[in-house]
Design a protein around this ligand. Structure first.
Ligand code: SF4
Ligand code: SF4
Length: 78
């Protein structure tokens, strides 16, 4: 077996890793506490009209910290 075969793997992996996540915010239940906006390390969320909204979905890493911190269960990330 030649050494060359060891270097031929995972050529297409990067494209899969940059796939967008999907974030749903139930603005009916959002009380504007801003906890999710402050907690997101990737600046995905921002306040708009006193409720949380998705500002930059491409930056989301699907860590689900926003989901965990929301006291009103407004956020779903998948
Ligand atoms: S899942 Fe993580 S990266 Fe995505 S919006 Fe929530 S806190 Fe930010
Ligand atoms: S943590 Fe929940 S209630 Fe607070 S701003 Fe974010 S979505 Fe709204």
């Amino acid at each position: 077996m030649g050494l060359g075969s060891l270097f031929k793997r995972n050529k297409n992996k990067k494209e899969e890793e940059t796939a967008d996540c999907h974030i749903d915010i139930n603005t009916q239940d959002c009380d504007g506490c801003e906890k999710c906006v402050i907690a997101c390390q990737n600046n995905v969320l921002m306040m708009a009209d006193e409720v949380s909204s998705v500002w930059n979905a491409q930056a989301c890493k699907s860590c689900k910290v926003c989901m965990a911190i929301c006291p009103n269960d407004c956020i779903t990330v998948n």
